[in-house]
Design a protein around this ligand. Structure first.
Ligand code: SF4
Length: 449
């Protein structure tokens, strides 16, 4: 067992997950499609970008879900969505002259689309963009919708890595979060993928679910191991019903308290390390030979809207309703409502409706936050000097950093900060010390652990 440090006051303190900085809570309508077009046009021909394709549909909605998605309903909706995606791709492809090094399908559930629809989206991507021969194609999948035909179509489309939402294998807890999927169903999905040559598999698991106890973590991880995933992500359930009305279906009185959450996360960490996984960032685990673990070992781990990644691209082009595009100086989100997004796509216009410009100070802070979360260490002076900034800009964070040092979460020597091995669960709090915009957001942000 590793040593763990439970600090009640810090564990309960809110901190963003920082899949971007500034975070999406800072987005405003001051940024829109014109900025998106200028950013796409302004990228040099040699740029290498990642493509993110959002599919905002699921067969049924899980009550814990924080994603922008809705129930599929009538099948015509999916056909209409695919048609609008094709138009959007043509519009974006005409503006972007660079290459695509990664393609990621997220959601929602990309496999809410039929195998033929998935094949058609992949074909349109290849016809609208210059996709590298060795680009990695990945997809998030719902195991409950994963037919053999889907697995075949995904493989044919070039998908080599998938992420399956498993969350927990305890049927009682599954009922409490409205996501019933027996272990056998997930195992059959994994077998279908492997039969068709898709070998690289990530499982998403969760702690902090209603009535969840340590025994469930043990049982779920034991079953997850039987599926031999390359990666496991262990997310803490964030109960924010005022922002996510579907979460009101979850009985808050059955949720584990902060202390129980902490020990569930700690136990999962120990069990996964015992099983031979390497810890990556604060909530990912990967086989030592997996590219994510290698990236973590070699200082190439990054963080973007998909979480921890070995993707080195600084530009992410988001397609589909609610997708976020990331450019060095701009974050911009497409219209969230499918109807509005479709109308824009079918009018051959971009659908960015909100976002945030990133100043030099934002980019400095973004790099510091990313380094703390990905590498557990940062030399503030080195980053500031390289970016032509001054450490004086960062000194406001030092009282918080020193407070965390006093609690054993990190060590500071002059401008160097290193998270301790027992401080890893609190890394988001160290990152948040550099977030100039945080105070106003505190009530809309999940707990650090
Ligand atoms: S399947 Fe995934 S995206 Fe869809 S509702 Fe459930 S958790 Fe959310």
């Amino acid at each position: 067992m590793s040593e763990h440090l439970y600090l009640p006051e810090l564990a309960a303190r809110p901190a963003p997950r920082y899949t971007s900085y500034p975070t999406a809570l800072e987005f405003s309508p001051a940024v829109g499609a014109a900025d998106q077009a200028a950013a796409l046009r302004g990228l040099e021909a040699g740029t290498s970008a990642s493509l993110y394709v959002h599919v905002p549909y699921c067969q049924e909605i899980c009550w814990y879900c924080g994603c922008n998605t809705g129930a599929t309903g009538r099948p015509e909706r999916l056909a209409a969505y695919v048609a609008a995606l094709a138009r959007e791709m043509r519009t974006v492809g005409a503006l972007y002259q660079g290459r695509i090094s990664r393609v990621h399908f997220g959601g929602g559930s990309p496999n809410a689309l039929s195998p033929a629809q998935l094949a058609s989206v992949a074909e349109t991507i290849r016809s609208c963009f210059l996709v590298d021969e060795d680009a990695e194609w990945a997809a998030e999948l719902d195991p409950r919708l994963l037919s053999d035909d889907h697995a075949a179509a995904l493989a044919e489309a070039g998908i080599t890595r998938v992420s399956l939402g498993a969350q927990t294998f305890n049927l009682g807890i599954q009922a409490r979060i409205n996501r019933i999927q027996p272990f056998r169903q997930v195992a059959e999905g994994v077998s279908a993928l492997r039969r068709h040559g898709i070998e690289r598999i990530n499982l998403d698991l969760m702690y902090g679910l209603p009535t969840q106890e340590l025994g469930d973590i043990v049982e779920t991880i034991a079953k997850a191991r039987q599926l031999e995933p390359d990666r496991v992500a262990m997310f803490g359930y964030a109960h924010l019903p005022s922002m996510l009305p579907r979460q009101r279906m979850i009985d808050a009185s059955t949720l584990p308290d902060a202390k129980a959450r902490f020990w569930q996360s700690a136990l999962a960490h120990d069990l996964l390390l015992e099983a031979g996984f390497a810890a990556v960032g604060f909530d990912h685990f990967a086989r030592p030979q997996d590219s994510l673990a290698i990236a973590a070992r070699t200082g190439r781990l990054r963080r973007n809207f998909q979480g921890f990644t070995d993707d080195q691209a600084d530009v992410v082009i988001g397609l589909g309703a609610s997708s976020i595009s990331q450019f060095p100086g701009l974050l911009v989100q497409n219209e969230k409502h499918v109807g509005g997004w479709r109308m824009r796509a079918l009018n051959d216009t971009l659908s960015g409706v909100r976002g945030c410009r990133r100043s030099a100070d934002d980019r400095l802070r973004a790099e510091i936050i990313e380094r703390i979360l990905c590498h557990g260490a940062v030399d503030l002076e080195e980053v500031a000097m390289r970016r032509g900034a001054s450490t004086a800009q960062l000194s406001g964070a030092l009282p918080i950093i020193d407070g965390l040092a006093g609690a054993g979460v990190l060590e500071r020597s002059e401008w160097r900060i290193r998270i301790t091995s027992i401080g890893r669960p609190y890394a988001r709090l160290a990152a948040a010390a550099f977030d100039r915009r945080l105070r106003a957001q505190a009530r809309r942000t999940s707990k650090a652990v």
